[in-house]
Design a protein around this ligand. Sequence first.
Ligand SMILES: Nc1nc2c(ncn2[C@@H]2O[C@H](COP(=O)(O)OP(=O)(O)OP(=O)(O)O)[C@@H](O)[C@H]2O)c(=O)[nH]1
Ligand SMILES: [Mg+2]
Length: 369
Amino acid sequence: MGLEEEIEAIEEEIANTPYNKSTEAHIGRLKSKLAEKKEKLQNQSSAGGGTGYSVEKHGDATVALVGFPSVGKSSLLNSLTNAESETGSYEFTTLDVNPGMLEHRGANIQMLDVPGLIEGAASGRGDGQQVLAVVRNADLIVYVLSVFEIEQYDRLQEELYDINIRVDQEPPRVTVRPKIKDGIKITSSTEQDLDEETISDVLREHGYVNADLNLQENVSIDRLVDGLMENREYIPSITCVNKVDLIEPDYKETVDEQLRERGLDPEEVTFISAEVERGLDALKDRIWDNLGLIRVYMDKPGRGVDWEEPLVVEKGTTIGEAIEKLGGEMEERFRFARVSGPSATHDEQQVGTEHVLEDEDVLKLILRR
Ligand SMILES: Nc1nc2c(ncn2[C@@H]2O[C@H](COP(=O)(O)OP(=O)(O)OP(=O)(O)O)[C@@H](O)[C@H]2O)c(=O)[nH]1
Ligand SMILES: [Mg+2]
């Protein structure tokens, strides 16, 4: 049996095995086996073909537009950025990944126009899998739906799951440390629904004979397997609904209902028209908010505060980390900093490298000569 047939056989067996306490350990082993075999298959195919679609990361963050053909991804890219991606009324107008740069609130956000998602892309048909692989490097996924095809959302999610992208999930709080003897020991900070036998079987299936496993959440089999695999990407998403210029106002309620059926809150979905440029500012703000970026305005000696080009860093960045990003000889010459704004208790508060910055802080670095 070839690898692909083996994978199919395991998938079929999982689908045909009812889940209950007596089958739990068996399903755990099957899912582990499946994950390992899929990884093997992926390594084989990428070793042969190369990645024709790798796109170098630029700017402060990278966002991938993901959607079916003809939903308006290229039109959206063109209206948000300086890019000129071809658009067309036929499907698969875009066949390569097109990047564009969105400038918003002082940040340079790289936007990737990913070619229309092909059904079954993740199972390796066509070169859909390679195309989708660029999404793995994104910091945020923007699902683009056409207002008349909300149901495509289900398929998009499945395809990304199949190439090991976990959308809107935190990484599992699972750590495993191999040892040289004493078998498998499980420690857990919470009660577990899974039996110890299931958990140990899953570990063994992944090649662990002696190991300390620590669980900081009540794991499902899928989360446990994800936690043990290295090739998973955890990426947040937002959703936008395009072509709203084409609907009558009273159709909006139907769309909202279709969104709710999929667990999407219509309030958190952005309704846009790339064609008539409606809702684009709201979308830019949502992109910014969900990237978790902050702006830090540098107060430069003799030049005052640079309000035009802030330093853009991730939420939670300390002054030490910001200095690292600035580079140069700042690190060696740093004495202390003065911070004004949201993170400061008062203007020009004197702080050290451990201080955590917040959005719209003003930062002055006091350096040694
Ligand atoms: N009415 C209307 N038409 C739109 C809108 N956005 C895009 N279109 C049209 O929809 C068609 C497809 O748009 P594209 O931007 O090429 O779609 P795409 O998602 O990039 O498609 P592929 O590259 O094939 O994956 C074009 O004819 C666009 O003019 C919109 O907001 N309203
Ligand atoms: Mg396109």
